[in-house]
Design a binder for this molecule. Structure first.
Ligand code: PLP
Length: 418
């Protein structure tokens, strides 16, 4: 470990040490300490992850699965180690169940093409929910267009939770796929994956879970989820951009046709036809994001060093604090469950008639980074009947003090714009 490295095991009770691990958090923004509240879009990275990527690039960069020389073997070893770390992190039965993709979006598209094109027929139904991110909508719309299928949507109750009665009404023997998010990136709602998966399996549907907002924030074990596929992104869990994960049940993956064709994913190629490599190589065509996958493995080490339980509990405390404090802000409408234990650390709100982009711009002047817009959930925003919201989203490095500064920042917004 070089001197730039952070010890992997950092306790959240020592918040100063945790924050020191993240170089970007040490800077000032517009003359104020940076308060980063946009981790749902992309989290920050600790030294440990930055170092892992730089170390690969500067010391053992080579292509994987190809060379017999030391550098390539070293790169291959580290890349496959990362796969094992990710497998262990989510309780996968075997590393071959981990496919490295570019991100959650690509992971979902992989299932839509490689499983969907083979199994979805005209008139079949694909069941989604009204709280999905566009990446868990559009991939299925494209599949529905290709195959002549129909999309259905589970509705939400007034608190932003899935209406499970509507799920039951929409689930039929024509439902081939049920795809839904584990945790909403806007409402924060945590969905009962195992319950939904059991009901979906009872009608013979495939269960695809979007874990982009859950895997970074809580312990996730695929054996307990009961799903068939889980998709998530490295860049939301302290890892780099450019690498994501599709976990899939081995018995399903091993029967699936490839998604992309090219080098590395074949067994034998002749002029007219090819045979394909085993899983996971069958789904990793071309040169993968080698350093990024290795650095994702380092992110997993970092998160394990802190402990996913500890991260979840820290965020629960932050959510409770935020709910209390935001309730004191006049004219603030918060979306999503009121009970902290039903939600994760993404808090979307509006403030009277002030445009969310203006709110975000005034907060930025105070060093506070939040996101404004529809957060890639236009159907949800139509349901909420607002074109846009402000979203403050937290991670392991945020503090209650920062939330107090957000609340003070909102008071300033109201003075300036209200
Ligand atoms: N699903 C959810 C719930 C998300 O929040 C996001 C990103 O914000 C995505 C999917 C897409 O992730 P990516 O852009 O990394 O593919």
């Amino acid at each position: 470990m070089s001197s730039g490295d952070t010890p992997i095991s950092t306790r959240l009770s020592d918040m100063a040490a945790v924050r020191e691990a993240f170089p970007i958090l040490q800077q000032q923004m517009h003359g104020q300490p940076l308060i980063f509240l946009d981790s749902a879009a992309s989290s920050q990275r600790p030294h440990h992850v930055i170092h892992a990527l730089a170390d690969y690039m500067s010391r053992y960069h080579a292509n994987v699965h190809r060379g017999v020389y030391w550098l390539s073997e070293e790169a291959t070893y580290a890349y496959e180690q990362a796969r094992e770390k990710v497998a262990h992190f989510i309780g996968a039965r075997r590393p071959e169940e981990i496919i490295f993709t570019r991100n959650t979006t690509e992971a979902i598209n992989l299932v839509a093409y490689a499983w969907g094109d083979a199994h979805v027929q005209a008139g079949d139904r694909i069941l989604l929910t009204l709280m999905e991110h566009h990446s868990n909508i559009v991939a299925w719309q494209l599949l529905a267009e290709r195959r002549g299928a129909v999309l259905d949507y589970v509705t939400l109750d007034a608190d932003g939770r899935l209406d499970l009665d509507s799920l039951d009404q929409l689930l039929t023997e024509r439902t081939r796929i049920v795809a839904f998010t584990h945790q909403s990136n806007v409402l924060g709602t945590i969905n009962p994956v195992a319950t939904i998966a059991a009901r979906a399996h009872a009608v013979g549907a495939l269960v695809v879970v979007d874990g982009a907002q859950s895997v970074p924030h809580m312990p996730v074990n695929v054996a307990e989820l009961g799903a068939d596929f889980l998709a998530f992104s490295g860049h939301k869990m302290c890892g780099p951009t450019g690498v994501g994960v599709l976990w899939g049940r081995y018995d399903i993956l091993s029967t699936m046709h490839p998604f992309l064709g090219g080098g590395s994913m074949i067994s034998y190629v002749d002029e007219q036809r090819s045979t394909y490599a085993d899983v996971p190589q069958r789904f990793e065509a071309g040169t993968p994001a080698i350093g990024e996958a290795i650095a994702l493995g380092a992110a997993v080490d970092f998160l394990n060093g802190i402990g996913m339980d500890a991260i979840y509990h820290h965020e629960q405390e932050l959510v409770q604090h935020a709910l209390q404090q935001l309730a004191t802000v006049p004219n603030l409408t918060l979306y999503g469950p009121r009970a902290a234990e039903q939600r994760g650390a993404a808090l979307a709100f509006t403030l009277g008639n002030i445009h969310p982009h203006d709110i975000a711009a005034v907060l930025d002047q105070q060093g506070i980074a939040v996101r404004a817009g529809h957060h890639c959930t236009q159907p949800l925003h139509r349901l909420l009947d607002v074109p846009a919201t402000v979203r403050a989203s937290m991670y392991l490095y945020n503090t209650a003090d920062e939330l107090d500064r957000l609340v003070a920042g909102l008071a300033h917004v109201q003075r300036v714009l209200g």
